[in-house]
Design a protein around this ligand. Structure first.
Ligand code: FES
Ligand code: FES
Length: 159
């Protein structure tokens, strides 16, 4: 059975028709064309599909689309500024060379954003802990942690 759901996506309301077995990642990528969210393992182990739901990082490959009804969903596409400029966290990943093949990057950035929104001054341990569910097969973890640290400093310094 198909059901209409509505939710806020990157600040705008969307209405989509979904079936009970659809996952949030199916809706984002296949129905709404937001392919920045990646599917790696498809079973909650790699974090490539991380998006924010009501500000909390979730695995979109496990999150039932029906559960998005009435919620606020943010994807990597929602982080850019009004003139398509990169967000502070995205720019920090570029600056620190924290992107290799880039497959894990959207998920890493969404998890980093969730961390920094709730904890503006994280320790290295807290950064590593927040990114535990995000795997990088290119193993660039040192640069990734540095990028989150840079973003934290810059966000704290922002007027
Ligand atoms: S694709 Fe969702 S956790 Fe790997
Ligand atoms: S940059 Fe390639 S998987 Fe992380």
């Amino acid at each position: 059975m198909r059901i209409n759901i509505s939710f806020m996506l990157n600040g705008s309301e969307v209405v989509v028709e979904v079936e009970g077995h659809h996952r949030l990642i199916d809706v984002l990528r296949d129905q709404l064309g937001l392919t920045g969210t990646k599917e790696g393992c498809g079973k909650g182990e790699c974090g490539a599909c991380s998006v924010l739901v009501d500000g909390r990082a979730v695995n979109a490959c496990l999150y039932p689309a029906l559960e998005a009804e009435g919620r606020s969903v943010t994807t990597i596409e929602g982080l850019r500024g009004p003139n398509n400029e990169l967000s502070t966290v995205q720019q920090a990943f570029v600056d620190q060379g924290a992107i290799q093949c880039g497959f894990c990057t959207p998920g890493m950035i969404m998890s980093a954003k969730a961390l920094l929104d709730s904890n503006p001054d994280p320790t290295e341990e807290e950064i590593r802990s927040a990114l535990l569910g995000n795997l990088c097969r290119c193993t660039g973890y040192v640069q990734i942690v540095e990028a989150v640290r840079q973003a934290a400093v810059q966000l704290r310094d922002k007027p």
